[in-house]
Write a protein that binds this ligand. Structure first.
Ligand code: NAD
Length: 355
């Protein structure tokens, strides 16, 4: 698999997004977001998303250079409408506002409705944690076919609704950060298995009749047949529902119920809660106690088949170290990226990637 430097991928994404109509600043935010996901080891949210973004710009479902509008502002509570702008850009406004308001009030609750795809949610949690605050995000996915079945259901009723909680550390990296989809696996992972002709693991996918299957092909047939399964049975299914209720309905954004528009795009609604530990008690004793707990948790006697216990967020930190030497991008993705570059009139950028 060919590897690329973060710098080269950034330059490629930046060039394509500018050619699609974004300002240099917006394009740079998109590049940082996508390449950052690759660095964190989440290729499903990395540069491979760019062709879909470009396609949605060209069809008018993603609006370039959109400034989010303020729907409500009462100090600690702000609600924005993202107007289908680039998630990397409108999300940045929401998160910058969270950081500004939590510093002022000790607590901030920021709603962002109708953003185009917000990408890896940890990208947002990491920024709030780096500013010294706790971050909690509930996110739903709307505008998209429902592909995840609720517990007991034989068909999809929501999407992969992510949740993220970030705990500040002493430096720029969070002390711990849980950032996860509420489905057992992401659709992107099922797609990779499908393209490689491999079965998926048992218990993550249902067929058209709602039976457990390991064959991912139905998910990619037209019309789609089958559904992903929510993680943790009734518990993950319940969390996914809370993402609809808190991440969307509470802030006036669309849940995935069919009364709302579905145009096969990816709209995210996100509730962000930021907490300043110093507003709750003593920030230093919070840090010490949190660290003492985490140290204790990872020193449990190991289960058979395991050689270590990792904290949430550690796989991403390790990936960043490993991938600082180069980010692998498979040939299929490179071809799709080149086609995306060509579709906005910069085939030379794609050619450079392929050489
Ligand atoms: P994942 O399963 O790889 O990781 C989930 C969490 O578990 C992470 O916090 C990770 O650090 C931790 N983790 C992973 N392996 C671990 C181990 N062995 N021990 C301890 N902790 C471990 O992630 P996912 O659920 O596939 O989600 C991938 C990304 O997709 C996330 O960044 C999420 O925000 C993003 N996402 C975005 C959307 C959207 O609509 N924007 C939708 C779904 C998911």
């Amino acid at each position: 698999v060919p590897t690329f430097s973060a710098h080269d991928l950034h330059r490629f994404v930046q060039g394509v997004v500018v050619s699609a109509g974004s300002t240099a600043r917006e394009a740079s935010l998109v590049a940082v977001q996508l390449v950052g996901a690759n660095l964190a080891g989440h290729d499903s949210h990395g540069v491979g998303m760019l062709p879909l973004y470009v396609e949605n710009v060209l069809t008018g479902r993603l609006v370039v250079n959109h400034q989010p509008t303020v729907v409500r502002d009462s100090g600690a509570v702000v609600v924005f409408d993202g107007g289908r702008g680039f998630g990397a850009a409108v999300g940045q406004v929401a998160v910058d506002t969270a950081i500004e308001r939590v510093a002022e009030h000790g607590l901030a609750m920021i709603g962002l409705r109708n953003s185009f795809h917000l990408g890896r949610i940890g990208h947002w949690g990491e920024q709030i944690a780096a500013a010294g605050h706790v971050a909690i995000h509930f996110v739903n996915v709307a505008g998209h076919p429902a592909i995840v079945a609720p517990y007991g259901g034989a068909e999809g009723r929501f999407v992969t609704n992510p949740i993220c909680v970030a705990i500040p550390g002493s430096g720029a990296e969070p002390m711990a950060m849980l950032d996860m989809a509420t489905s057992v696996i992401a659709l992107g992972k099922a797609r990779v298995a499908f393209e490689e002709g491999r079965p998926v693991a048992e218990g993550v996918l249902l067929d058209a009749d709602g039976r457990v299957t390991t064959d991912p092909s139905g998910m990619f047939s037209h019309p789609r047949q089958g559904a992903l399964v929510a993680m943790g049975d009734h518990k993950g299914s319940g969390l996914a529902m809370m993402c609809e209720l808190l991440g969307a309905a509470l802030i006036g954004g669309p849940t995935i119920q069919p009364g709302n528009e579905r145009d096969d795009s990816i709209i995210n609604n996100m509730l962000t809660i930021a907490i300043d530990p110093a507003a709750v008690g003593d920030a230093e004793s919070f840090r010490r106690e949190a660290q003492a707990f985490l140290d204790y948790a990872v020193t449990a006697r190991l289960r058979e088949g395991f050689d270590e216990i990792l904290l949430p967020g550690q796989p991403e930190q390790r990936s960043r170290v490993a991938r600082s030497a180069g980010i692998p991008v498979d040939d299929n993705t490179i071809a799709l990226l080149a086609a995306a570059a060509e579709s906005v009139g910069v085939p030379d950028l794609g050619a450079a990637l392929m050489s």
